[in-house]
Design a protein around this ligand. Structure first.
Ligand code: G3H
Length: 237
């Protein structure tokens, strides 16, 4: 399964390095088979010791190799550190940074052309959720506009906006219903994100169509993140 941590706007370079080192040694000692991803801030990107099933990725990028885009990070800067996994479409970029679906699709095409792994995030806000599953699915499918889903390095993360950083997790039934409906059209791994923590990860990973999790807040603690990886190791599907 895929167990991913998104640091968001947290962790200094030094703290991120210490975190990644601890996760690497946990994976090595336990021979964990999980595919672990850590999306660190740009300032923390670096060359890290090789642990085959752990990758450090980028939370964002500007869709250029390099150029005159003041304040942005292009692929040249990611390639320096061998970054080959990126987040695209995260709700905080859609809603807070106002990224349009058109711009998200441009970023997607750019990353796909460079053959990197993409964790593509989708999710509905609360006002859509209350309208029921059909409204939720229409909203989610709109977030695939311009996205070529037949890409072998694509992973989808379903993250209801109202569940992100709120402590409110979607019910297991809701997660299962959405992931099952996505599965009808997508053959990529499907993750759930939104207030995943040590106490609920086991149940979420047991949801039939769920191939892993994208964790924010609860992963910002080495011990808790290691515990989540350990729990995932005990889930057999
Ligand atoms: O990228 C991670 C998601 O936004 C989930 O964040 P959260 O675990 O703090 O709810």
């Amino acid at each position: 399964m895929i167990i991913a941590s998104n640091f968001k706007t947290n962790y200094t370079r030094g703290a991120a390095k210490a975190f990644i080192k601890e996760i690497q040694s946990f994976i090595s000692q336990t021979n964990s088979e999980q595919q672990v991803r850590i999306f660190a801030p740009f300032t923390a990107l670096d060359h890290f010791d090789e642990v085959s099933n752990l990758k450090v990725g980028a939370q964002n990028f500007y869709p250029v190799q390099s150029g005159s885009y003041t304040g942005e990070i292009g692929f040249e800067q990611l390639e320096e550190f061998g970054i080959d996994t990126v987040l695209i479409g995260h709700s905080e970029r859609r809603h807070i940074l106002k990224e349009s679906q058109n711009f998200i699709a441009t970023k997607y095409d750019f990353a796909k052309a460079r053959e990197v792994e993409i964790i593509y995030c989708i999710g509905e806000p609360a006002e859509i959720r209350v309208q029921g599953i059909d409204a939720v699915m229409s909203y989610l499918w709109e977030q695939f506009e311009g996205i070529e889903i037949n890409y072998d390095k694509l992973i989808i993360a379903y993250e209801p906006v109202w569940a992100i950083g709120t402590g409110l997790t979607a019910s297991l039934e809701d997660i299962e219903e959405v992931l099952t409906r996505l599965r009808e059209k997508l053959c990529t791994p499907l993750l759930y994100g939104g207030s995943v923590k040590v106490d609920n990860i086991d149940a979420i990973l047991h949801v039939k169509a769920c191939d892993g999790v994208l964790v924010g807040t609860a992963s910002w603690n080495e011990k808790a993140f290691c515990e989540m990886i350990r729990i995932a190791d005990n889930v057999t599907k």
